[in-house]
Design a protein around this ligand. Structure first.
Ligand SMILES: [Ca+2]
Ligand SMILES: [Ca+2]
Length: 456
């Protein structure tokens, strides 16, 4: 049906100008399915007047992905002048299929595949070629159309293997990794529950060219490969917002990003899987990680919305902090027993400093059956980024049981967060921060506990 309508349009385009005209009013493209009434899960009442973008979205409810929207990387030998995947993994167009309303991107252990000889290969160890050490094929869809400013949303179940499952964009000067998930990492218990968003600098001549210049690391209360969840990312002219299941995890203003704001051009969208050699090294991978049938990154839909009339959004709003004096702007009040006050802060005048091994606990009243977000900015000043990594941990304990935690180790201010849901009989939790057992010099600021309002 879709192919037929495209053919009709192409064959009549010279004699029936209304064909291209009608389509260009909104999309320039033809697709049989146009879900006009959808709104972002983060805005179910559509207060932001979001408009579904047909040229950038796909419900994956037909027998194939929408070929007006996507290119299957490597199909017909065409990689659109981009890379062929992150070596040793390579995109194999045979690893894409649409079935029963879902897009499947399969990653396979495929030693018989005819891997490419050329680069660029994108791995940390540049001498690893495609198919070397770990002969893994993956898959990618690259968007055919570009956009600037809007909201991306994906409902997906990530691949349950040491491989990425990502939704991201690239354009001149910048890359926005809206969601980079890693399905399984036997050596890092946080990897498979991490919500990771980042910005990469591709500005020619920039001091940080090629580097990741901003990211968030949020620890979910579920494994990304266990079930379907809804990942949302707003790219506004003035801020970035990251959502899980409609709940706002992080909002970052353009002003606070300063020179790190690289999302300024028209971007193309990617959906793909890659070997992340910084998570699991290729020589640690084996056929057993992928099984006989391969592992699937499963996508129910990938949507892009824009605000009607290209309106701007409301910006980042302050959220209530349930931890008293969590910004340390009232001095050491409530924190006297462990830290000392320092003016080397993340925000405001003050932060808390740990000189030796220490632990702070605060018991906070909470509601039962409620989802919360705990976050902090931490600088681990004794880490040297070479051979000395000093860890600190932030976490939450409910009725004597640790619910979730996250680790800090960078020697510059770094914000991290986690989420947890209280049990039905819970009225209080204990939040903590500690540099035990290593006891390195730490600074802590913006220690925040707030409700995370997901969409039911
Ligand atoms: Ca679908
Ligand atoms: Ca402060």
């Amino acid at each position: 049906m879709k192919i037929l309508s495209v053919l009709l349009c192409l064959s009549t385009i010279f004699v029936m100008p209304s064909c291209s005209k009608a389509n260009s009013a909104n999309t320039n493209f033809v697709h049989t399915e146009v879900p006009v009434n959808l709104s972002p899960v983060s805005d179910p009442e559509n207060i932001g007047k979001w408009v579904y973008q047909n040229a950038l979205s796909d419900e994956f409810n037909e027998t194939d992905f929408n070929r007006n929207v996507w290119h299957n990387m490597g199909e017909g030998g065409d990689f659109k002048g981009q890379w062929k995947g992150r070596a040793p993994s390579q995109y194999n167009p045979a690893n894409i299929r649409v079935e029963n309303g879902y897009l499947y991107l399969t990653s396979r252990w495929e030693p018989d595949y005819d891997f490419a000889e050329d680069g660029p290969r994108g791995n940390a160890t540049s001498d690893i070629g495609y198919g070397d050490i770990a002969p893994v094929t993956t898959a990618a869809l690259l968007g055919k159309n570009t956009y600037k400013f809007g909201y991306m949303e994906m409902r997906a179940k990530k691949a349950d293997a040491p491989i990425s499952s990502s939704f991201w964009t690239t354009g001149p000067g910048g890359e926005t990794d809206a969601f980079e998930s890693f399905g399984k990492n036997p050596k890092n218990r946080w990897s498979e529950r991490r919500l990771h968003t980042s910005l990469h600098d591709w500005r020619k001549g920039s001091e940080t060219y090629g580097k990741r210049i901003w990211d968030i690391s949020h620890i979910l209360d579920f494994r990304v490969a266990d079930d379907f969840n809804i990942y949302g990312f707003e790219w506004d002219p003035n801020y970035l917002s990251i959502y899980i299941n409609g709940g706002l995890v992080k909002c970052m203003s353009r002003e606070d990003l300063g020179d790190r704001w690289v999302a300024t051009s028209q971007h193309k969208i990617w959906i793909d899987s890659e070997i992340f050699d910084w998570e699991v090294a290729p020589n640690e991978l084996s056929k057993a990680d992928f099984g006989d049938e391969g592992v699937d990154f499963i996508v129910d839909y990938a949507r892009v919305f824009k605000r009607e009339g290209d309106r701007f959004g409301p910006g980042c709003e302050a959220r209530e902090n349930l931890i008293p004096n969590g910004d340390f702007e009232s001095g050491v009040k409530g924190w006297e027993d462990q830290g000392v006050l320092t003016t080397e802060s993340f925000q405001g005048e003050n932060a808390l400093r740990f000189e030796g091994e220490a632990r702070i606990n605060r018991t906070i009243k909470v509601k039962p059956n409620t989802l919360y977000l705990l976050s902090a900015a931490v600088s681990s000043d004794d880490t040297n980024m070479k051979d000395k990594w000093m860890n600190a941990y932030m976490g939450v304990v409910e009725n004597g049981v640790k619910k979730n935690d996250v680790r800090f180790f960078f020697p510059t201010w770094k914000e991290k967060s986690l989420q947890f849901k209280t049990n039905s009989n819970t009225n209080a939790v204990t939040v903590y921060f500690t540099n035990s057992p290593q006891g390195g010099r730490m600074r802590l600021d913006n220690f925040v506990l707030t409700e995370l309002h997901v969409t039911p």
